[in-house]
Design a protein around this ligand. Structure first.
Ligand code: PGA
Length: 252
């Protein structure tokens, strides 16, 4: 499995800025893309089309949506469907990011619907899980991660085929956008818990599921994070906004 180097641009970048960043990134990679890695960019909705156009000839870069609504179409003001995302050339989508859980109060049931509907519609899903600081302090990391996986993935039965792709991102809430990175031991323990739970849910199919780490990944720490056991990629917020710093992470 290739390691997935993912950039979550959140609510940053106009179309022009998105185009400049993606062009700069491609020129920095300059045909030296490591063959065992691939890149995934999550621009805001308004720049998806622009980014998809820039990368359509490049097989090692993919685009994803930060959000979608689990319906084909309908009277859902303000929402975007998987069909619309696939239509602009978007292959992936995030579900369960901590900002969706905590700012927009998305609950397990909605996340389970999104994960299932997204995969069924042909999107590759990155399902995010992670504990809050108080949960870690209370020794509840394992319980929280298992419960988020059980609840969020309960409608998914098949992750075996190339069309039904699930990835997980472990993002401890206290490490997102804070500059605080989880230590190697914490990352390795959390990823092992997640792998074990996925095996109990999906059996050997769990080996097809990549587990990414996210939370204050930067050029300075990417090298040690990416080499930890069971870390199959990274999900980068702040440090992915600049093509220079994200390219350093890609080459880490
Ligand atoms: P950060 O964000 O790298 O800025 O901590 C990670 C994320 O939210 O996916």
């Amino acid at each position: 499995m290739k390691k997935l180097m993912a950039a979550n641009w959140k609510m940053y970048k106009t179309q022009r800025e998105a185009k400049e960043t993606i062009r700069e990134l491609i020129s920095l990679i300059n045909d030296n893309m490591p063959s065992e890695r691939e890149i995934l960019i999550f621009p805001p909705f308004t720049s998806l089309d622009v980014v998809c156009n820039e990368i359509k000839e490049i097989e090692y870069i993919h685009a994803g949506a930060q959000n979608f609504y689990p319906a084909i179409e309908g009277a859902y003001t303000g929402e975007i469907s998987p069909k619309m995302l696939l239509d602009v050339g978007c292959e992936y989508a995030l579900v369960g990011h901590s900002e969706r859980r905590h700012i927009f109060l998305e609950q397990d049931d909605l996340l389970a619907k999104k994960a299932h509907f997204g995969i069924d519609s042909g999107l590759k899903i990155i399902f995010c899980v992670g504990e809050k600081l108080e949960e870690r302090k209370a020794g509840k990391v394992e319980d929280v991660l298992k419960e988020q996986l059980k609840q969020g993935l309960k409608k998914i039965k098949d992750v075996s085929s190339p069309e039904k792709v699930l990835n997980i991102a472990y993002e401890p809430v206290w490490a997102i956008g804070t500059g605080e990175v989880a230590g190697e031991k914490e990352i390795s323990e959390a990823h092992a818990i997640i792998r074990k739970e996925l095996r109990s849910m999906f059996g050997t199919q769990a080996n097809n599921i990549r587990i990414l780490y996210g939370g204050s990944v930067k050029p300075e720490n990417a090298d040690s994070i990416i080499s930890i056991d069971n870390v199959d990629g990274v999900l980068v917020g702040g440090a992915s906004l600049s093509a220079k710093s994200f390219s350093k992470i890609i080459f880490a």
